[in-house]
Design a protein around this ligand. Sequence first.
Ligand code: ZN
Length: 304
Amino acid sequence: MSEPLIGAIEAGGTKFVLALARQDGTILRRERVETRTAAETLPEVAAFFRAAAAIHGPIGGFGVGSFGPLDIDPTSPTYGTITTTPKPGWSGARFAEALGEFAVPLMVDTDVNAAALGECLAGAGRGCRTLAYTTVGTGIGTGVVQAGRPLAGFSHYESGHLRVPRDPACDSFAGSCPYHGDCLEGLACGPAIKARFGRGLDEMVDPAAAVELIAGYLADLAMTLILLHAPDRLAFGGGVMKAPGMLEALRRITEMRLAGYVVHPRLDPGLASYIVGPMLGDDAGITGAVELGRQAIAQAASAP
Ligand code: ZN
């Protein structure tokens, strides 16, 4: 029982999920905190961990999966800082500072990378070396986890802003992305669907045609992920994916677009075991955050 505990944070736009966990992933204590400004929310986060550690034992490291944009470059002096978010009171918020009193290592990644990590280890990606997990909701993002680590370059990936072909004869909607107009997110995220159709897929009497259109854009992303990363599996989650028939349409159109070019036993006919839904539901993010905390502790222990 002397093993240091993990503090895990899933920082979302509307709520924070906090957990104190053992290194085997067992959650000892868990709480939900409403997201207000950083100045209001972060002291409440620190107070939870202070109180939980007093009961269960000292915390050895923190893992954070957060909304962004976020500096996730471990060599950067502003590592773990929320950068240019339009969310009032969060630009420049630093997790390292908020948790500074604990003086333990910290690993921060994006919310989608944390969820991808959670799904890879304990959900839809079990047994996969590479899993690409995409969430299609308020925004669109993909985390690509390989050998237990989310892949990244100088920053996290931004698959939501890939450009996908739009035929104005079939879809006259110019897109809602303030930067690119009709990028993938501008065409297929929840708010884009509402802006185009005046309602969400879940509010339509017969959403079949809309589902087909949106699945087509998402199939372009699925194909891109296959071509770039050759993942063992693709998982697609988020509110938009809950529309009836969406996952099935995505499989069918992706297979059509691939046109038999990529042949591998992983790509089963119909892609039913290749393109799947998430398995952890709302727990993916916090599961991944616990793993980030575990990695923070392991990394500090192995540092020279
Ligand atoms: Zn965009």
